[in-house]
Design a protein around this ligand. Structure first.
Ligand code: ADP
Length: 564
């Protein structure tokens, strides 16, 4: 069975359970439960009533026969002896416990009946009209007592009907209730219409009792409503409800058990898959389980197959990528080395050329026994120094020598820098310093190294300016909670490339440039656990270098030399 079938089956079971539970709760809230035993119960009451009616009808017929015999014995041939007849009628009525006894002659025209008991004549016509259970709910029996004279005897009696406790019934026709327990007497026919026409069991509350009622047709004019009271209804309800509840619990338990086992079977391979995916995404290729089992549900096995395939492809691609990366790195290294060497060669070539030229001049002077020019010696010394500086720079970058960090007050350090920078950069441009940080912030710095950074950044600003006389450099000291920031702003022509590129080794836009200055600055600042980055405010036409250094924590002593 595939996952889909199992899930579908699970849903069917769950739906049935939910429906059972909902009907149980619904039935609970409505107070009853419809069931077929209900109809059986109501029909048995109906049958009981009909049985009683027909027994009593038979009895009445027998009594009519007894009366006929008695009349025959007396020998009544006509209705002239009224005294005799009246006595006889009273005797029948009392002796047989009848409600009505009437003897009459049937004329051809039924309207001209000779009536012995004129006060009750309305009854007779209605009794005839309405059949055995007459208009007033009487059982009626009629018998011919003298065929020659066409005399008839009619006797009538109210039926005595009983039912078991809690069962109720009521017989009625279009004129109202004929017989039965009078529990419905407060109800009009209109109120009962719903029960009569519905052909189903209805529930109504009478007083503080609940009745379940149903209507049956006795004949074309007469209806019988049977019912039973709430005790019995409650009994049925309780049985059905507890059955439904047990069923719902069983279904839910079944669903849980099945769900657990199916879930386990479905989700275990999914979990393995998930673990493997996690490992792949974390890059732990070595720890991926060899292969995920493909012997599972169709759907999972196809996912496992695809995953295994993907892992294999990825792993091959990864190996290739690593190989390519290594090759690329090698090529990149070679290219960098080439650029580097070219840069160094170019950088060192210039001073060497000057040194060679000055040395040549000195040699010429010596050869010609002329005085040696002081300027030539100075040039040689300066150019040698320049070469040494280049070598020193390279060493700083390649060895990334650890800075010698000292804890200093940021404000003091800034003042010191200000003095040195101003002293070393009196070259015709305007430079200003502004300190906007608190007076008690400390930083760890290697003053010499940071000064080198300043010099390089200022030198770049000077070189980026078209006219040194118009150049303005502003140096601002700021701070955040955790960092001290030095901003070096210049109004030069700005970058000729993206600001990020300028920190690439050997990147330069200058004919004489080495592309090492900012790389070294970055190495120095990173040695301070800080960062350096450049921005350009095009609107204001300002280039800004941000040198960010972390603040020192207060528990480290001022002037401490700390290696970081
Ligand atoms: P170099 O000065 O030898 O070129 P750097 O690493 O110091 O090497 O600078 C790299 C490049 O960054 C420079 O060539 C220049 O294009 C750019 N640059 C640096 N500072 C500035 C600045 N203030 N304004 C414009 N461009 C700058």
């Amino acid at each position: 069975m595939g996952i889909r079938t199992k899930i579908a089956l699970g849903f069917v079971i769950l739906t049935v359970a939910v429906i059972t539970l909902v009907s149980f709760l619904g039935a609970q809230s409505l107070g009853f439960t419809v069931d077929s035993s209900d109809l059986i119960h109501l029909e048995s009451i109906k049958n009981d009533v009909i049985k009683q009616l027909s027994t009593q009808q038979n009895l009445l017929f027998k009594q009519a026969k007894e009366c006929q015999k008695a009349i025959d014995n007396i020998g009544i041939n006509n209705l002239s002896d009224q005294k005799k007849l009246s006595d006889l009628i009273i005797k029948f009525k009392d002796g047989l416990n009848l409600d009505y006894v009437q003897i009459f002659e049937i004329s051809k025209n039924s309207d001209e009946l000779w009536q012995i008991n004129s006060s009750k004549n309305y009854l007779i016509s209605r009794l005839f009209n309405t059949g055995p259970l007459s208009h007033h709910g009487y059982l009626v029996s009629e018998i011919t007592i003298n065929p020659q004279k066409n005399l008839k005897l009619v006797i009538a009696k109210k039926p005595e009907l009983a039912t078991k406790e809690d069962n109720v019934f009521c017989i009625f026709d279009s004129n109202g209730i004929l017989a039965g327990k009078d529990f419905l007497k407060d109800y009009s026919l209109d109120a009962l219409k719903d029960i009569i026409t519905s052909n189903s069991t209805k529930q109504i509350r009478i007083g503080d009792k609940l009745y379940r009622l149903r209507s049956f047709e006795l004949n074309d004019k007469t209806q019988l409503i049977t019912g039973y009271s709430t005790q019995v209804a409650t009994l049925v309800k309780t049985e059905i409800n507890s059955l439904m509840l047990r069923l719902a619990i069983l279904e839910i338990l079944g669903f849980l058990v099945l769900g657990y086992f199916w879930g386990k079977k479905i989700f275990e391979p999914m979990k393995t898959l998930q673990n493997s995916i996690d490992k792949v995404s974390e890059g732990q290729w070595e720890k991926i389980p060899p292969e995920i089992s493909e012997e599972s549900y169709e759907e999972i096995s196809s996912v496992a197959k695809s995953f295994n395939q993907m892992v294999n492809q990825l792993s091959t691609a990864r190996i290739n990528l690593i190989k390519a990366q290594k090759e690329l790195a090698k090529k990149d290294k070679m290219a960098t080395l080439g650029r580097f060497s070219a840069g160094i060669a170019h950088e060192i070539n210039n001073p060497l050329g000057t040194i060679l030229m000055s040395a040549g001049m000195i040699k010429e002077s010596v050869d010609k026994k002329l005085p040696i020019e002081h300027e030539d010696i100075t040039t040689i010394i300066e150019e040698v120094k320049r070469c040494r500086d280049i070598i020193e720079n390279l060493r700083t970058y390649t060895r990334k020598t650890k800075p010698n960090l000292m804890k200093v007050l940021f404000k003091n350090f800034f003042e010191e820098m200000k003095e040195k920078v101003i002293k070393e950069n009196e070259k015709g441009f305007s430079i200003s310093f502004k300190y906007k940080a608190s007076d008690d912030s400390y930083i760890f710095v290697d003053k010499k190294a940071i000064q080198q950074v300043f010099n390089n950044v200022i030198k770049n600003a000077v070189e980026a300016s078209d006219n040194i006389n118009n150049l303005i450099i502003n140096i601002l000291a700021e701070e955040t909670d955790k960092e001290c920031i030095i901003k070096v702003l210049d109004n030069g022509k700005g970058f000729e490339c993206e600001p990020e590129n300028i920190f690439e080794p050997m990147f330069t836009t200058k004919a004489q440039g080495t592309g090492l200055g900012l790389v070294i600055c970055q190495a120095i600042i990173e040695g301070h656990n800080g960062r350096i980055y450049a921005e350009r405010d095009k609107e204001k036409g300002l280039t800004c270098f941000n040198i960010v250094l972390p603040k020192a924590s207060s528990n480290e002593l001022e002037g401490d030399s700390v290696e970081k």
